[in-house]
Design a protein around this ligand. Structure first.
Ligand code: BDR
Ligand code: CA
Length: 318
């Protein structure tokens, strides 16, 4: 039985890669996409989610529109220099014919999880606002979910949105602190591992040369994103942030994890930093971490295994 997945996302070029990988993986059954602000506004990310499903010929998968701002602050704003003004590398896609469902992302997510109690994994690829709203509105949500896998955070390495914070967490630190504090099985696939996993320009060429709708979409969407990494980070190719979560779902053995409670800083210039408590047991932990659940934090990855998986799911054989 394929594993049921709800993908909460802010597409986003790397979100697009991850979604296309999930749709291509026979072990995964994507039952819904829910959208959130982040790489672009919620209007834009919702349009992109619909566009992706249309291009992938998966009109059967519903899209629910989510939050357009953080739970306790203002939206920092889009990042056109990374993902383009349209969130898909400024490639000119026609407006989708599909439309979102009427329910909000938080309600739709809860309903989907409740309908298949214990069977649904939530994959969060953007700011954690929708998950936090769902938790606030439906306190029994954690008991109904199989697992939560998050692209976000940085335990032992610097940030990417600020010197100390990763972009998804930085976009809504209060929401992230709620999600890491809830009583469910959470894995954090953060910069600790994604900054180890570099899809080279040669690999991108091999993927985008394929004669498939997914490859053609990525061929159009990737150049601007790739240019950002080359210009700003000095790497050849891209870091595969969101796609690494799909690798974690399919091949968890490619990742090393540690079980640490996480707090998210919400103040001042460290806002958005995910702080693990590395040592103490619960009783002797500092008060801020005491009683917090342990999060599975990815600290190391077999990068080649992840990259091989990205290529095999997006390659010419799809
Ligand atoms: C994360 O932030 C977004 O820009 C990407 O889509 C990814 O989810 C990386 O820090
Ligand atoms: Ca994302």
């Amino acid at each position: 039985m394929p594993r049921k997945l709800i993908i909460d996302t802010d597409p986003g070029v790397d979100d697009a890669i991850a979604i296309l990988m999930a749709l291509a993986a026979s072990q995964l059954d994507v039952i819904a996409l829910t959208t959130v602000f982040g790489n672009a506004s919620t209007d834009v990310t919702t349009t992109n989610a619909l566009t992706l499903l249309e291009i992938a010929d998966r009109a059967d998968i519903p899209v629910a529109r989510g939050a357009s701002k953080p739970i306790a602050s203002n939206y920092i704003g889009p990042v056109p220099q990374v993902h383009g003004h349209n969130g898909l590398g400024d490639a000119p896609f026609p407006p989708p014919q599909l439309a979102p469902v009427a329910e909000t992302a938080a309600d739709f997510l809860y309903a989907g999880v409740a309908e298949h109690a214990g069977e649904v994994t939530i994959l969060a690829l953007g700011p954690l606002t929708n998950l936090a709203v769902a938790l606030q509105q439906h306190p029994d949500l954690p008991s109904l979910v199989d697992e939560v896998v998050i692209m976000g955070g940085n335990a032992l390495v610097p940030g990417n949105a600020t010197p100390v914070a990763e972009a998804n967490i930085n976009n809504d630190p209060e929401a992230a602190d709620l999600v890491f504090g809830a009583d469910w099985d959470v894995t954090m696939v953060g910069l600790d591992v994604t900054h180890q996993i570099n899809l080279s320009s040669a690999a991108i060429k091999r993927i985008t040369i394929a004669d498939t709708p997914a490859a053609r979409l990525l061929a159009d969407a990737l150049p601007l994103y790739q240019g950002f990494f080359e210009a700003r980070m000095g790497i050849d190719g891209i870091y595969v942030h969101d796609p690494s979560t799909i690798a974690f779902l399919l091949e968890p053995g490619a990742f090393t994890t540690q079980a640490w409670p996480i707090r998210v800083e919400t103040e001042s210039f460290s806002r958005g930093k995910t702080w693990p408590n590395l040592g103490d047991t619960d009783d002797s932990a500092p008060p801020a971490w005491r009683g917090r659940p342990r999060v599975k934090v990815c600290t190391d990855a077999d990068a080649q295994r992840v990259l091989d998986l990205v290529e095999s799911l997006l390659g010419a054989n799809q």
